[in-house]
Design a protein around this ligand. Sequence first.
Ligand code: PLP
Ligand code: COI
Length: 364
Amino acid sequence: MTLDISITRSDHPRSDAELAEILANPGFGMHFTDHMFTVEWTPEKGWHDARITPYAPLTLDPATAVLHYAQETFEGMKAYRHADGSVWTFRPEQNAQRMVRSSHRLAFPVLEPEDFVQAVDALVEVDQRWVPDNSGTGGEKSLYVRPFMIASEVFLGVRPAQHVTFMVIASPAGAYFKGGIKPLSLWLTTEYTRAGRGGMGAAKTGGNYASSLVAQQEAIEHGCDQVVFLDAQEGRYVEELGGMNMYFVHADGRVVTPETGTILEGITRSAIIELAQKAGHTVEERKFSVDEWRGGVASGEITEVFACGTAAVVTPVGKLMWPDGEVGSNQGEGGPLTLQLRKQLVDIQFGRSEDVFGWMHRVV
Ligand code: PLP
Ligand code: COI
C-alpha cells in the first residue's frame, strides 16, 4: 500500500432502482460505475495525486499526445461476488505485471504492481454495490475492471510523454457475446496481421485493437463472430483472435496452444494451462499451423477447439471459414474438455469451488 488515495464520493450515485435495472441486464462495456481512479506521473514528481472521484468525462487538450501517437496501454480483469457477499478479483498481480511489460514496450514509466492492485481494490471497494450478485440464478455476471495508462502530455513531438495518467474505470458485465455461450464461428484473415516480430503483439495496447477492426469487420461481413490472425512472417501459424487466445484439444488428450511472443499472454490462457495439466493433459505451447488445424479436424485428431479471455471466459469454436473454404468442428455445442475447463475456472472465480491455485484476491 504505497499510494495515498484521496476519496471524493459522488453526490449523485445511481439510485438503487437504476442500478438494479442495469445489473439485471448489464451487457458489456455499456454502463459505468459511480467513481473512477486516477493517478498522474511526471519525471519530477513520479506517481502523484492518487484519487477516487465521481465518474466524469475527461477534458483533454486537442494536442494531448495519446490522441495522436496512441501511447496507451490497458488491462482487463473482473471482480466477482461470492455467495457470502464477499468480492474478489482473479490473479490481479498478473494483470499488474502484464501492464509493467506493456509499459516497457510503450516507453511508459512503471506503475508498481502493488500500486496497480491497490488502485483496483480501492475503486472496486468504493463501487462494490456495482458487483453483480448471482446468488440463486447460476449466472456469471461480474464487474469488468479496466485499468489504463495514457500519454497525457500536451505536446506534438514524437517521444515518450512526460506527463502520464493511469486510471481505473469499471463496468458491470454479462456475457461478452450476445446469445451467451454458443460456439463461435471464426474468420481466417489472409490479408491482415496483428503483430510482427519486434512489434507490439505481446503488449495490451489500443493500437493492436485498432489494427484488428478492419479484419473483424471482414469477419462480420462473412457471417462470422470473430477473426483469427496468423503470424505476420509466414502467414501459416495461428496466433489468436481479436480478443482471445486459442486452444486445440487432440483425441489423445494433448492440448495445444500457440506459443507466446507476438500474442497477448492471456491470464485466462495461463490458468487454462494449469487446469488442463492438473487434469492430466499434456499442454504444448508451440507453433500451430492453420493446416494442422484444418487437417486435424478433418481426420478427427482434433476433437475440440476453444478460445479464452477475461471478457469472453472460455468459448467453444464451431467452425473456421476462409476466403474459399471452411472446416467445421467435432464438438457440437462445446466439447467435454472445453466445458469442464470452463466450469472449473468459473467455479473458482465465483467461489463455488476451492481455490487450490491461490488465484483469488479478496477485495471486500
Ligand atoms: N488476446 C487478446 C488480443 C486479448 O485482447 C485478450 C483479452 O484480454 C486475450 C488474448 C486474453 O487475455 P486474458 O485472458 O488476460 O483476458
Ligand atoms: C478482455 O478480455 O479483457 C479484453 O480485453 C478483450 C476485449 C474486451 C478487448
